[in-house]
Ligand binder design. Structure first.
Ligand code: SAH
Length: 400
């Protein structure tokens, strides 16, 4: 094997890499022993020349190296096949009945810059680092060998691509695909727009939570806020909820949720509205002087988008979270349940719960915490890589 260009780290920067974190920031680099092309495989050593691993180099990114392995590897089809099969085995162990799930979740699966989602027999790929993007062909060949999918689609519009000097790309890379992809989550049918939908078409990270929240829904009047394709509402209905009202600002999402309700024979107990959740909750909680609000919901789900893209926007985000919690708590009956989620990496579980409690204080309601939630096991958390943990949630019952 030819010698690779070597990236030498500054003193004190090796431990993170030894601990398994794959990112080497520009500021951690002492120097290169020879020039490396962007996207090229390099070896990483500490300032005493101790070998730490190999990874993809990109001088244009703040993350200069994304380490792939603590060993010398060849990033060929065999390498990707082995890594992807290992990731698949994790899903088969922890989500044995799932047919649609995230197969590869970047850093969580030691493939920084690569995401692969499986929607039954269709795969959706995202390459968000230059090194991965340049190896799309071998990655595709590995995926063909493992899954023999009907189609492979690329959804490369992530904002992070521009930090790597990559342009947007979107379309069918292999096979043929027309229309929506019918999938099953926990036995319920959903139609997914893998070319034009959110993320890669659907939020797969809530698959387990749909089931768990639904267990609290028997006989309930359910309000599913930020409902998208209706995941929480439809699972609740199947579990015996009396009625579910779905609200989301996207008219397309609301229409799709309606089709999903019909496809599962749940439409007669389901309603959906394209509205802004903030405005809707505000209108529902508005009262005349001396008028008392009559709570009418047994279960309210809050699953908003991440209101934060960076640390600086956390205070604004918390104000948003608090507002919707305050209003939702006012609308819940005594004994009712609030199932609430936060998908921002920058807001941890402690801060999130503090925000809910601050809303509860303002609403003068006492809460009993009855469940905690995390992202599905197809979005593995590697605690040594804090960025892999982002989704958290709670279920609170209103004591009074
Ligand atoms: N609960 C969904 C995922 C929600 S993702 C699921 O399980 O699949 C966030 C959703 O919030 C998106 O569908 C987006 O259209 C919607 N959204 C974002 N801001 C909103 C707002 N202010 N009011 C209503 N919907 C909003």
């Amino acid at each position: 094997m030819q010698t690779l260009p070597t990236v030498l780290l500054r003193p004190g920067e090796a431990d993170r890499v030894l601990a398994g974190h794959p990112w080497i920031y520009h500021g951690s680099v002492l120097r290169l022993t020879q020039p490396a092309a962007d996207g090229e495989l390099v070896q990483v050593k500490d300032h005493r020349q101790r070998f730490l691993g190999t990874g993809f180099y990109n001088s244009k990114s703040k993350i200069n190296v994304r380490v792939l392995s603590p060993e010398r590897i060849e990033p060929n089809q065999a390498f990707f096949e082995e890594r992807i099969r290992a990731a698949l085995a994790v899903r088969q162990k922890h989500l044995p009945d799932a047919t649609s799930f995230r197969v590869v979740n970047a850093e969580s699966d030691f493939l920084s810059g690569l995401i692969v989602d499986k929607y039954e027999d269709v795969l959706v790929v995202q390459t968000s680092s230059l090194g991965m993007d340049q190896r799309k062909a071998v990655i595709l060949a590995a995926l063909q060998a493992i899954f023999a999918p009907r189609a492979i689609v690329e959804r490369n519009e992530a904002a992070s691509r521009k930090f790597e000097g990559l342009a947007d790309a979107n379309g069918v890379l292999a096979g043929t695909l027309e229309g929506l992809v019918p999938i099953k989550l926990n036995g319920l049918r959903f139609e997914v727009d893998v070319i034009g939908g959110h993320k890669t078409g659907l939020y797969l990270d809530q698959q387990v939570n749909y089931r768990r929240v639904a267990e609290m829904a028997k006989g309930a009047q359910v309000l599913d806020c930020f409902s998208f394709l209706g995941g929480f509402g439809l699972h609740a209905l199947r579990a015996g909820a009396a009625h579910a009202h779905l609200i989301d600002q996207s008219a397309d999402a609301v229409a799709a949720a309606g089709r999903n309700a019909a496809a599962n024979d749940l439409a007669d107990r389901c309603s959906a509205e394209a509205v802004n959740v903030f405005d809707w909750l505000k209108a529902q909680t508005a009262t005349q002087p001396h008028e008392k609000l009559l709570p009418r919901w047994d279960l309210i789900v809050l699953d908003p988008p991440s209101f934060t893209r960076n640390r600086a926007s956390v205070p604004d985000a918390l104000r948003g979270y608090k507002e919707i919690h305050l209003r939702a708590l006012k609308l819940l009956k005594n004994g009712g349940t609030l199932a609430t989620f936060c998908c921002s990496h920058h807001v941890d579980a402690g801060l999130f719960q503090d925000t809910v409690l601050s809303a509860a204080f303002d609403a003068r309601r006492i809460l009993r915490r009855v469940a905690t939630f995390s992202q599905g096991p197809d979005h593995p958390i590697i605690p040594m890589i804090p960025e892999t943990e982002y989704l958290k949630g709670f279920a609170f019952e209103v004591v009074r």
